[in-house]
Design a protein around this ligand. Structure first.
Ligand code: CP
Ligand code: NVA
Length: 320
């Protein structure tokens, strides 16, 4: 059992610029023709494990796997042996005997890496403390629908710059050639190691990375304004003031007016209306959040098809 050649999707830059473009093109194709690809016919299985709450990720993966001809084994991680006595490497090794991919929403990124070490099937990050790369594929699909070419667009994220969405928008955004600005209050800037990775990738694609604590300046001329919860799952009791310092970073009509004409507003949801985004904006004509939520389905199906192909696991031949 060699795991060295398995292609996983643990963070956004696990896909090269060309690979990300392939997945996004397939996502657009599957949106038009949802059941044309059946790599999981049989049915083959995908394990979908949640250690944190979810609405969109749960529904979109379960339906998407069904549309690919497969069966989703959806479990609450808290009811498994995960995090009890069994190592994550051993869990990955065992799950690989039952299913053709594992989709996992968990806490630390190291947990995903440990499961990937033992797994002989692809592991997909369905949100960790550090990254939310499936969401960003959907965000990119949505931006492409509204704006066409992604390369050269200017995207500004406002809010907790150290959370999973900020980190994934940095890595996934620059992979697509997007100039990404993160505007966050002092103490909530993106992690340096993520910025380093984003700058390295940006150098390949002609993109750029900017970090600022000035939300007004960051909004000026942006093609997309993006925000997320000020308190992410698991941060409820971290002792930080996650309201006061964030107020100036709210996406409201005045801030949106500073963006480029026709700028698109994204939010991965769930939204905290009146905090990070106003009703007027999220329900307004520039909001693309409902298409963004729908695109989770299409983008994740495309990702699974692509990963199964990369790993030689399709209904036509399982590579064994
Ligand atoms: N955006 C997102 O991942 O939503 P859920 O937490 O509902 O899955
Ligand atoms: N940053 C949020 C995203 C939820 C989809 C969280 O981790 O809770």
């Amino acid at each position: 059992e060699s795991t060295s050649t398995v292609k996983h999707f643990l963070r956004d830059d696990d896909l090269s610029p060309a690979q990300q473009a392939e997945v996004l093109a397939l996502a657009a194709e599957l949106k038009k023709a949802p059941t044309t690809r059946q790599p999981l016919a049989g049915p083959r299985g995908v394990g979908v494990i949640f250690e944190k709450n979810s609405t969109r990720t749960r529904f979109s993966f379960e339906m998407g796997i069904a549309q690919l001809g497969g069966h989703a084994v959806v479990v609450d991680g808290r009811n498994t042996q995960l995090g009890r006595e069994e190592t994550l490497q051993d869990t990955g090794r065992v799950l690989s005997r039952y299913v053709d991919a594992v989709v996992w929403r968990t806490f630390g990124q190291d947990r995903l890496e440990q499961m990937a070490e033992g797994a002989t099937v692809p592991i997909v990050n369905a949100l960790s403390d550090e990254f939310h790369p499936c969401q960003v594929l959907a965000d990119l699909q949505t931006l492409a629908e509204r704006k066409g070419e992604l390369k050269g667009l200017r995207l500004t994220y406002l809010g907790d710059g150290a959370n999973n969405m900020a980190h994934s928008l940095l890595l996934g955004g620059v992979t697509a050639g997007i100039h990404v600005t993160v505007a966050a209050p002092a103490g909530f800037a993106p992690a340096e190691w993520v910025l380093d990775a984003a700058r390295a990738r940006a150098a390949e694609t002609g993109a750029s990375v900017t970090v600022t604590d000035d939300p007004q300046a960051a909004a000026v001329g942006a093609d997309a304004l993006v925000t997320d919860a000020w308190t992410s799952m698991g941060q409820e009791n971290d002792g930080l003031d996650r309201v006061g310092p964030f107020r100036p970073f709210q996406i409201n009509a005045a801030l949106l007016a500073k963006a480029a004409p026709g700028a698109v507003v994204l939010h991965c949801l769930p939204a905290h209306r009146g905090d990070e985004i106003t009703d007027e904006v999220i329900d307004g004509p520039q909001s693309a959040v409902w298409d963004e939520a729908e695109n989770r389905l299409h983008a994740q199906k495309a990702l699974l098809v692509w990963l199964l192909e990369q790993n030689g696991r399709t209904a036509q031949g399982d590579g064994t």
